[in-house]
Ligand binder design. Structure first.
Ligand code: FAD
Ligand code: SF4
Length: 487
């Protein structure tokens, strides 16, 4: 334990951020490091609970009290070794995780939780700066070859683990660059691409082979790939976007969030110039979808110089404090303000889009109606329109960020006989094995659109099962955080 009275003496101090007016003028990260003394105090607040709920809240089971204590005592390398024993990419989660561990921290019951996410960033950046993050190629190679399809966090985590187990791993990626949503979804202001490239270089030095621009299922087909390798890990994400099915959807000025964010990521990386259809400068922007993707679009539109931005959520606003049926340590379903929402723009809730209109094929107006959530006698809820609440909103750019419906599975069923769930995700058992022999699946492709920390966790578990399968030990290995069958 750090300091037994630390949590009583010191309050939570989050990491400093760059001023809002300054940070919206560029695409750089805006969360700054904690001063070393402050990091020590924040780690010293940890009570080393007998039952560390933080650790149960973390899908990776990170040894949070251990690394907090090590930071408090100034033993940064020990902190890094503890953290990296369960988390392949703490520099990603330390920047991007919504931190279910913090929601589950015992201090959250009546105080502010430990700054666990920031501590991961502090530890991993210290580790890179000190040269402690070095390639760890396997001492010995097995004769087994594994193909990983998809280079998002799930595929990368699976590749690291399988490579370290001695198998020869090739990662196939459809995009021109590696990283999945870390590359072409998440904006640089949340995580600069250099953080990803730094990790990819280490993986290459460890012996992982990367092939970009390869659309598996087309060329090569899934069956052909399976025949070339001893096992496959599918980590193809879940990028099929939910559509807006209203009259006027075809008008110019309506863009899917992933097109918008991918283009901006290419612009920031110097791979493209900003095209007018994805440029919010001087425009009245509406974003449909109140979630994280919409919020990233909001931050992007502000940085592009939008005239106004409103993020519109279909559902009513959540409560500001936990409801009685949503107790600690569960994830609190409460009203949140993201870093992008802090920066500017408006938010509106309980608004359903009925149609879009414009002239000369260009979007000009969005027609909406207010909706309310009505409790049903069976305990469920139903959205109902409020009579007479019709409104019209002027809009030049409408960004669709209404979530994702699942993975692109074309070819998987036909060529490999991989079964899908009723919702179209890849079906896996408790060991992340699909219905096809030697084919495993990790991340959003089986879980549905989720979080980086889950993708890393699934990637590790799928790798563990693939390794056991390759070495002929079917006695595999209990897994974390996964039901026997995913529906
Ligand atoms: C805009 C946005 C912001 C987000 N922000 C956060 C955040 O701040 N924090 C957080 O925790 N989570 C965030 N998420 C969610 C998180 O990014 C995902 O849960 C995570 O990336 C899933 O990882 P994955 O490896 O399963 O899939 P992905 O990251 O989607 O990667 C899948 C990869 O597979 C490739 N692929 C697909 N099919 C093929 C094929 N046939 N052949 C070859 N390659 C293929 C794709 O091109 C892609 O590169 C965000 C999501 C979005 C959309
Ligand atoms: S629950 Fe909070 S206080 Fe307790 S060990 Fe975990 S981080 Fe420390």
């Amino acid at each position: 334990m750090g300091k037994p009275t630390g949590f009583m003496e010191w309050s939570r101090v989050p990491a400093p951020k760059r001023e809002k007016v300054e940070r919206v003028r560029d695409a750089r990260e805006f969360v700054l490091p904690l001063a070393p003394d402050e990091a020590k105090r924040q780690a010293g607040r940890c009570m080393d609970c007998g039952v560390p709920f933080c650790q149960q809240g973390c899908p990776l089971g990170n040894p949070i009290p251990d690394f907090n204590e090590a930071v408090y005592r100034g033993r940064w390398k020990a902190a890094f070794l503890a953290l990296s024993s369960t988390n392949n990419f703490p520099e990603f989660t330390g920047r991007l995780c919504p931190a279910p561990c913090e929601a589950a921290c015992v201090l959250s019951i009546d105080q502010s939780p430990i700054t666990i996410e920031q501590m991961e960033k502090e530890i991993s950046e210290r580790a890179f700066a000190e040269g402690w993050v070095q390639p760890q190629p396997p001492a010995r190679r097995t004769s087994k070859r594994v193909a990983v399809v998809g280079s998002g966090p799930a595929g990368l985590a699976a590749a690291v683990q399988l490579n370290r187990a001695g198998h020869s791993v090739t990662v196939y990626e459809r995009d021109d660059r590696l990283g999945g949503l870390l590359r072409y979804g998440i904006p640089d202001f949340k995580m600069e691409k250099g953080v990803l490239d730094r990790r990819l270089a280490i993986m290459e030095a460890e012996g992982v082979v990367f092939r970009t621009g390869v659309d598996v299922g087309k060329e090569p087909g899934y069956r052909a790939l399976r025949e070339q390798y001893d096992a496959l890990v599918l980590a193809i994400g879940a990028r099929k976007a939910r559509e807006l099915e209203v009259p006027g959807r075809e008008l110019a000025g309506v863009v899917p969030a992933m097109e918008y964010l991918e283009h901006q990521n290419r612009v920031v990386s110097g791979l493209a110039t900003l095209e007018p259809r994805w440029n919010a400068e001087g425009k009245r922007v509406l974003i449909l979808g109140g979630g994280d993707t919409g919020s990233d679009c909001l931050g992007t539109a502000l940085r592009q110089g939008a005239k106004s931005v409103t993020q519109v959520e279909l559902l009513p606003a959540p409560p500001t404090i936990r409801a009685a049926d949503n107790p600690w340590p569960r994830w609190p379903m409460v009203f949140r303000t993201s870093s992008s929402q802090e920066e500017g723009g408006e938010r509106s809730f309980g608004l359903m889009t009925k149609s879009l209109s414009g002239s000369d094929g260009r979007l000009q107006k969005l027609h909406s109606v207010k909706v309310e959530l009505l409790r049903q006698p069976n305990g469920g809820t139903r959205l109902v329109e409020v009579p007479g609440s019709e409104e019209t909103h002027e809009v030049d750019l409408l960004i669709l960020a209404m979530g994702f419906t699942g993975p692109d599975t074309s070819g998987l069923q036909e060529e490999l006989g991989v079964r899908l769930t009723p919702r179209g995700a890849v079906q896996v058992d408790a060991r992340f094995a699909t219905s096809a022999d030697g084919v495993f699946c990790a991340g959003d492709a089986n879980r549905g659109a989720s979080l980086i920390v889950w993708a890393i966790s699934d990637g590790r578990e799928a790798a563990r099962s693939a390794d056991a399968w390759l070495s002929g030990s079917s006695s595999a290995l209990p897994t974390r955080g996964k039901d026997a069958s995913f529906g």
